[in-house]
Design a protein around this ligand. Structure first.
Ligand code: ZN
Length: 374
């Protein structure tokens, strides 16, 4: 029998409101970081700020054999709402912070409940999919035996008073590419190398990419620009291609095939060069972490509260910690909270009492983490 947990409801709501009032975009979370630091000072919890950026890492019960990580994102989105441009927590990251602060509060008061060292990551810049890698590069975060995260879920995916023990985020990758060719008069195209012709051949090859899997994947050209005059063969074009796959393995295969296609059209005067790319790795399911999170959900929401993971087209840079090998195991709590009409929609609302359950679930997940993980 798992002991019931009490959390300070009013403090969670206050933190949620205060952080909502300080909403700031990626890497500009200065007032947010100051608020978090002030709250940790009040709790007597030690923390380190990142030297070059916003966000911080708090540490409880240092030096234990098992190290458990807990990560919240801290950034918001700049959006037009009610006729004016504002920065809003329309992705619910202020709820994530309020919940994680409640977890810190609990363990600051009940250190004996901690099965190991707890490292709490207040991570900047999730929305730009760049913050996690910056945290990893900072060197301030050592290896983690397990890492927990969370995200509030739209009501269409997970209902109120329900939760999933893993958010099955997919892998997404965007490539930005330049094609160069050779210009000529439109009346003598055989003297040039037309980048539009090369691009259309390449686009056909993208469409023919096939993977031996039943799970959905896609290769989609999302941008293309070339040509400035109607009577000149264009010698320069740029495009973006978006790759999506359920697993990181399938993403690697998609990439290989996309590169093969690009190499195949790079002949003669046509050159295809990669200008840049952005990756968001897929969730890496871990049976042990999922089992612990599932047990924690059941303890708080009952057996009906634990739902099977709902496939999503979403991504989160949380998965970099496991993908880059810093976290041995990881999982994200998908917290149902009656959220409508959807994430990133200005004015979205949800059942605020779900934050209390979210805090209790994560406290339990940490408490139930086996000390044999080290
Ligand atoms: Zn988010």
């Amino acid at each position: 029998m798992i002991q019931p947990i009490t959390v300070n409801d009013q403090q969670i709501y206050t933190d949620f409101d205060q952080l909502g009032a300080r909403a700031e975009v990626a890497f500009q979370e200065v007032r947010t970081t100051a608020y978090l630091a002030q709250r940790l000072d009040e709790l007597g919890v030690s923390y380190q700020r990142f030297p070059q950026m916003t966000g911080l890492i708090a540490t409880l019960n240092p030096g234990q054999p098992v190290t458990i990580g807990l990560r919240t994102d801290i950034d918001a989105l700049k959006q037009v709402y009610q006729g004016k441009t504002q920065v809003l927590h329309s992705c619910g990251h202020n709820a994530h912070m309020a919940i994680v602060l409640a977890v810190v509060t609990y363990f600051a008061a009940h250190p004996d409940d901690l099965p190991g060292t707890l490292k709490v990551i207040f991570q900047p810049a999730e929305e730009t999919v760049t913050g996690a890698e910056k945290v990893i590069q900072s060197g301030l975060l050592g290896p983690l035996d397990v890492l927990y995260g969370l995200h509030v879920c739209p009501d269409s995916e997970v209902g109120d008073h329900q939760a999933e023990a893993i958010l099955p985020d997919i892998a997404t990758r965007t490539y930005w590419v330049t094609i160069t060719g050779k210009t000529a008069h439109a009346g003598r195209p055989w003297l040039g190398a037309n980048v539009i012709d090369a691009f259309s051949t390449l686009n056909e090859r993208f469409k023919q990419i096939k993977l031996a899997t039943d799970s959905p994947y896609s290769v989609t050209t999302t941008m293309f620009q070339a040509g400035e005059s109607s009577n000149i063969v264009p010698d320069k074009g740029t495009f973006a291609v978006d790759l999506r796959a359920r697993t990181n393995d399938l993403m690697d295969q998609l990439q290989d095939q996309a590169f093969q296609a690009m190499r195949a059209v790079s002949t003669g005067d046509i050159q295809v060069t990669l200008d840049g790319n952005d990756l968001s790795p897929a969730a890496i399911p871990d049976d042990q972490a999922i089992a612990t999170m599932g047990q924690a959900i059941t303890a708080v929401l009952g057996t009906d509260g634990l739902v099977a993971p709902v496939p999503t087209q979403g991504g989160d840079d949380f998965h970099f910690y496991a993908y880059d090998g810093l976290a041995k195991r990881s999982t994200m709590l998908g917290l149902g909270c009656g959220l409508t009409p959807g994430l990133h929609v200005p004015g979205m609302t949800f059942d605020h009492t779900a934050m209390l359950s979210g805090a209790k679930i994560l406290i339990n997940a940490v408490r139930l983490t086996p000390t044999t993980l080290a």
